[in-house]
Ligand binder design. Structure first.
Ligand code: NAP
Length: 423
């Protein structure tokens, strides 16, 4: 005799899970790949035991493991290999450059969503740390360490007892690196080596370093030092020996609105009535801080050691950004500057043959004899000459989207209403 499957209405599901119907509805929308109820003739959803099991797992991940919706999707996608979970409430994270644009956003996201045991901020300037402490309302999960990445001994002391590390500290202004090359090398190259040494010596489990598109075929010293840093981190695994510390990088392009980026510059220039652009053909990759943080967390899950994780992100034309910020301003073309490229690349020609498409990212795998491709069996191999560049990207941000990003939803909507009224 065939056993008839039980079917439940959404209200019954909510009672079984002890959650409001609205939460079940929201999860239904977010997890359509995983929850697949039948529809009655009248179009109503009917859930079976399998759907309830998936909801229970979502509840466990979101409520108890404090995973974001994005990460929960990822974890469900791995068919529940629990060894890939990171229980952040058990982790002490050492974060170099914790007071910078990325660092602060990383802390905000981690504290709100993942509840880590402790995040140790490591940076030089006491004022920035003081301001951050106030901004984060003295959150007891944040600890502040004054230190320079050039100082290996201090770094080692700060890393004692940490289980994870994120290396975000860097000199990142192209002109400052050009003008002070010894300093750029000390911070970005020697600093990277110190982070690797300290992580291995103190038995940190996993380390993610932040790279940049400027490290691909570098034309300036900033890019060249970050390329060295990438090489040190991807090869750092070979130095770990029995300690087993694992190192990987994430690499992305311009962060929307970060300190020293073009948006604050254009906003300032807008006041004068003239915006300066170096070349009107120029394109750039764009990523939000949210996406950058998600990428780092994702990399912690998947990394085996030696990879460079590259997100799939949109490009924009610099002229579109100028139009979005200041449509009425005069645009002055001032010519490309030394150390500047027309277009950026996130993977280089030589990296193409080791790059795979995996879980919505490109992953540049290490080309080393010691490396075994365990996690990436279902990654899609890319053509030998694959490159990912800002001018050949298939995703673009237009003027309207850029306007929304810079000014927010409300102002964009107001602008549209004003235009309509004038018409
Ligand atoms: N912003 C972007 O568009 C972008 C794009 C791609 C990649 N990245 C990479 O992302 C990382 C973070 O960038 P960000 O935008 O957050 O930079 P940021 O806002 O300039 O912050 C840099 C952080 O590093 C610290 N720092 C600098 N030199 C240090 C040193 N010698 N020792 C210890 N700490 C030091 C700074 O604090 P103190 O000055 O107090 O030490 C600050 O906390 C960098 O590695 C950068 O290369 C950035």
């Amino acid at each position: 005799m065939q056993v008839k499957k039980m079917k439940f209405r959404i209200k019954q599901v909510s009672q079984k899970l002890d959650l409001p119907v609205s939460t079940i509805r929201y999860w239904q929308q977010e997890f359509t790949e995983f929850v697949t109820p039948e529809r009655t003739n009248g179009g109503q959803r009917r859930y079976d035991d399998k759907d309830i099991e998936v909801f229970e797992r979502i509840k466990e991940l979101v409520y108890h493991k404090k995973q974001s919706i994005g990460q929960t999707k990822e974890l469900l996608g791995t068919n529940g290999r629990p060894e890939e979970w990171i229980d952040w409430s058990d982790q002490t994270i050492l974060l170099t450059g914790g007071t910078g644009s990325f660092g602060k956003h990383f802390c905000r996201q981690m504290l709100e969503r993942h509840n880590p045991k402790v995040i140790r901020i490591y940076s030089r300037d006491e004022l920035k740390q003081h301001e951050m402490r106030i901004e984060f309302k003295d959150d007891p999960r944040l600890r502040f360490f004054i230190g320079d990445v050039r100082d290996g001994k201090r770094l080692q002391r700060a890393m004692e007892g940490a289980t994870m590390a994120v290396h975000a500290a860097a000199m990142k202004q192209v002109p400052a690196c050009e003008y002070n090359p010894f300093e750029a090398v000390k911070t970005n190259v020697h600093g990277a080596q110190n982070v690797i040494d300290a992580a291995i010596d103190t038995g940190v489990r996993k380390v993610i370093a932040l790279s940049t598109d400027k490290a691909v075929n570098p034309v300036n010293l900033y890019g060249a030092t970050k390329l060295c840093s990438d090489k040190l981190f991807t090869q750092g695994n070979a130095y770990a020996g029995k300690k087993g510390t694992r190192f990987a990088c994430v690499r992305y392009g311009n962060v929307i609105g970060s300190r020293g980026s073009v948006i604050p510059l254009f906003l300032q220039q807008k006041e004068s009535g003239t915006i300066t652009i170096t070349d009107d053909r120029m394109t750039r990759f764009w990523i939000t801080l949210d996406e950058a943080v998600e990428l780092v967390i994702k990399a912690f899950y998947y990394m085996e050691g030696g990879e460079i994780f590259v997100p799939r992100i949109p490009s924009m034309r610099i002229t579109d950004l100028a139009r979005a910020i200041a449509p009425d301003c005069k645009v002055e073309i001032i010519g490309i500057r030394p150390g500047e490229k027309l277009h950026e690349a996130l993977t280089g020609e030589d990296e193409g043959r080791n790059t795979i498409s995996y879980k919505g990212m490109y992953v540049i795998l290490p080309n080393m004899s010691w490396w075994e491709r365990e996690n990436y069996q279902d990654g899609e191999k890319l053509p030998e000459n694959f490159v990912y560049t800002s001018d050949t990207n298939d995703a673009w941000l237009g003027v309207d989207e850029l306007h929304r990003i810079v000014y927010g939803e409300e102002k964009s909507a107001a602008k549209k209403t004003r235009v309509k009224a004038v018409v």
